[in-house]
Structure formats: C-alpha cells, structure tokens
Design a protein around this ligand. Structure first.
Ligand code: GDP
Ligand code: MG
Length: 338
C-alpha cells in the first residue's frame, strides 16, 4: 500500500503529465501540504484574509457534501441576523488568518429552460460575478450537458477551480488523463483538483489550494461562526432541495416550503413543514405512489438536517394546495428512528 504522500505525488505526476502540453502553460501543481491548524489565535486585522467562494455544479455532484466538509460539523449552527449583502451565505470556515465565506447559488437550474429559471440563473450569475473564487464541481471522468450549462454561466472574470469530485470512484487513475486534458480545453480553469469531498484529507488539501485566492481584508464574520442562516431557514431549504430533487422535472418551481413549527429541546428539533403546491395534480407528484415520494423527501431531509444541526430531528411534512380546501389530509412523519 502506498502512503497518502505517495498517493499525492502520483496524482501530481499524473496531473502534470495530463495537463502539460507543448505550447500551453502548465497549471499549477500542488504540493499537498497539510492545512494549518485551527487553534483559536487572535489574528491582527492587517493580517486577515477573507473572500467569497461560490460552489456551483449540477445536482448530485457532491456540493452539499463538500460544503459540509468545508464548514465542519463540530459546532452546531449559530443563528444570526440576516445578511445585508445579496449573497446567500451558507457556510464559513475560519482557519489561521483565513476566512472563507461560501456562498450559495440556489437558483442554478439547468433542467428547465423557462423564464423563471432564466431569471433565477441571472440572479445566480450576479451572485457569482463578484465572488473571489468559484469551485465548479463535476464528477471526475464525466462531463454532461447539464455540467456544460453550468459552466456556460460562469463569468470569465472570476478564477474557477475545476473540482473533479468522487475521485475515489475512479479505479484506474491513468484513465482520467485524457478527460483532464479535454476539460482543460473547455475553460481557462485556474486549477484542476481531482479529489473526494468525502475525504477529510482531500478537503484539507483543497482549502490549502484555495487560500491564495482570498484577498487581504478583514474578516466579515466572527471566527467561530459557521453560517448566517437560521436553523429554521436551513430546514426549509433542505426540504425544498429534497422536494425538487426527488420530484424531478415535473414539479413547478412555484412550489414552496413553509416551516410551521420549529421547536428546540436541547439537542432535539421538532419541525413541521408544509409543502405548498399550486394544483391538485402537483400534490400527487409530491406524495407519490402510496405516499412513497413524500416519505423519501421527509427521510432524506431529516438525515441531512440531523448532520447539519448536529441534533436529533423529528420532521413532519404536510402537503397543501395553495388555494385548495381539504388540504391537510396528507402528511408524513419522518422520525429519527425510521
Ligand atoms: P449535490 O446535489 O451536488 O449537493 O450533491 P450531494 O452532496 O448531495 O452528493 C450527492 C451524492 O454523492 C451523495 O450520495 C453523496 O454521498 C455522494 N458523494 C459526494 N461526494 C462524494 C465523493 O467524494 N465520493 C463518493 N463516492 N461519493 C460522494
Ligand atoms: Mg446539495
């Protein structure tokens, strides 16, 4: 078995070989240094670096996994007043002199070409135009039309790191070389980083790579803050994410999630949420055969919330038609022990 250091070296060699072409400039090759420790040391304002980093990519490539790993889950999320910036901040990581502010791009919808999505994408585009760095996440070895659509939306003015995620699923690394070379031709990526968001070591390495993109400026947030979103808000976002992911193409984005109850009892949260849809037909899509779909939405949302909030979660989901009447008849409970 090779050591992690040897693995890194092999990886660098492979990357270098794949990407150094005669007449083109080689991309930066990383030294794989371990990230700095995260002890709380007072950092003088002059020395502080702080920057906005957007994580973008089509669904299922590992953005949430990455964000959670980047932010860490040691401490439960602190609820803060709303941001005044137009960025939707989902996560913070403060380490050494560096503060990473990860911004969310919720509107990145590539499946629907409708007006709503075009306008959402415009908002998103605005949100990624003035960040300091973009992490464009794809699955290593794959590049599909949906990936291309996201890439097309990225501004040329911001450095983009191509993050080839799920590298652990590639069994023969050498086979990735032609793909890497092909990817290099698709955008002037600042760097290409094959890695696994599920590997702590890889995530640490990514942080080291990203550090240099942070401008020297005072931190925007406290050193121990993890997010500026309330738990309540996160709960609605996560249910919404699962809702759209699991209903696929059919469900209009006009559907929303309302949190009816959010109770905190120590390390337990009791949450009740209502999915509000426009039409009876949409209700069926959300509920699914024998309630199966709604149950899955509830279970997946609960599992993610438990990780995020570091608490036991009892989630109760309801579906309502906005203007309907006998609306309250469908409900799913997604208890912690299911
Ligand atoms: P998102 O839709 O882009 O936010 O993707 P998620 O973070 O929800 O991840 C989608 C799926 O990919 C989940 O099942 C993750 O566990 C899985 N996943 C994420 N990162 C990795 C990785 O590095 N390796 C492997 N094997 N799976 C991963
Ligand atoms: Mg996600």
């Amino acid at each position: 078995m090779s050591t992690p250091e040897q693995n890194d070296q092999q990886l660098e060699a492979m990357l270098a070989k794949a990407l150094r072409r005669p007449g083109t400039q080689a991309i930066q090759v990383h030294d794989g240094n371990a990230p700095e420790g995260s002890e709380a040391v007072a950092v003088p304002v002059e020395a502080q670096r702080c920057g906005l980093v957007a994580i973008v990519g089509k669904p299922n490539v590992g953005k949430s996994t990455l964000l959670n790993a980047l932010v860490g889950q040691k401490v439960s999320i602190t609820s803060r007043k709303a941001q005044t910036t137009r960025h939707r901040i989902t996560g913070l990581r403060t380490e050494g002199a560096n503060q990473f502010v990860f911004v969310d791009t919720p509107g990145f919808q590539t499946r629907h070409g409708n007006a709503l999505n075009r306008s959402l994408n415009k908002t998103v585009l605005g949100a990624v135009t003035d960040v300091d760095l973009i992490l464009f996440v794809v699955e290593a070895g794959r590049f599909q039309p949906a990936d291309a659509k996201v890439l097309d939306l990225l501004p040329a003015s911001v450095p983009v790191i191509l993050l080839a995620n799920k590298f652990d699923l590639i069994h023969r690394r050498a086979e990735l070389a032609p793909w890497l070379a092909d990817m290099q031709g698709r955008h002037a990526f600042a760097e290409i980083v094959p890695m696994s968001a599920s590997s702590t070591r890889d995530v640490g390495r990514l942080v080291t790579i990203c550090e240099k993109y942070l401008p020297q400026q005072p931190w925007m947030h406290g050193a121990d803050e993890l997010t500026d979103r309330s738990e309540r808000f996160l709960a609605s976002e996560i249910v919404r994410e699962k809702l759209f992911r699991l209903t696929g193409d059919e469900l209009p984005y006009t559907s929303t999630v309302v949190i009816d109850k959010f109770e905190e009892e120590g390390r337990m949260r009791r949450i009740a949420a209502t999915i509000v849809v426009e039409r009876d037909g949409h209700k069926g899509m959300v509920i699914g055969e024998g309630g199966e779909k709604l149950k899955r939405i509830g279970t997946e949302a609960r599992v993610e919330l438990e990780k995020l909030l570091d608490a036991k979660v009892f989630l109760e989901l309801w579906v309502k038609v906005r203007s309907g009447w006998a609306d309250d008849d469908v409900r799913v409970r997604s208890f912690g022990y299911e």
